[in-house]
Design a protein around this ligand. Sequence first.
Ligand code: C5P
Length: 222
Amino acid sequence: MPGGAVALVVAAGRGERLGSQGPKAFVTVAGRPMLEWSIEALRASPGVSEIVVALPAGAAPPDGVTAATGGETRSESVRNALAAATDGEAQVVLVHDAARPLLTAGMVADCLDALESGGGWDGAIVAAPVSDTIKRAPDGQAVAETLDRNELWAVQTPQVFRRAVLERALDAPPEVLAAATDDAMLVEGAGGRVRVVEARHANPKVTTPEDLALAAQLLGAG
Ligand code: C5P
């Protein structure tokens, strides 16, 4: 249905730390390509009107999604995917990393509900409270600071934003886009109000072979 949220799945990373043959999003996890798990959750989400996937060069898109070409950086991939969206009526954009295959329709709904929860939010992002004590050690050795754990959240995807706000935030200089590790960072930098939404279940990012094994175990058990 046009006018829902456009979901952008960024799947164009090379995944060098995984050591796989091909691109990370197409590595098999619990019996199917990693990307397919996220697509299935988005297809099951009534609030999502269109799914756009930013793909590595030469990769075939899953059935029924809009394909976009990945960029040099994650932010460029997001920008390309948003530019490829055909649902011009959609006022909300969801961004999700294909590297997080534990996405569920429940998590998508939590984000979309949080955006409309009152408070004039421009963005709502899934995150988990941290359980470790976090210290800064900029040179890799000497501890410079211990942060207050009670205030800290480990940020994940999905992240949802008002479309106009995200479009403005992505219209940033290349060096700002290259330094951004998530989209909320760009929206915050542009003055947007972003809230966290506690992840309702484990939602790890697959970076290393150990992460892949954990994701396969969690998906297999689900
Ligand atoms: O680099 P990282 O693992 O944090 O990437 C997060 C997500 O961004 C992954 O799903 C990856 O495929 C995607 N990505 C992308 N284009 C890039 C770099 C990363 O779509 N140039």
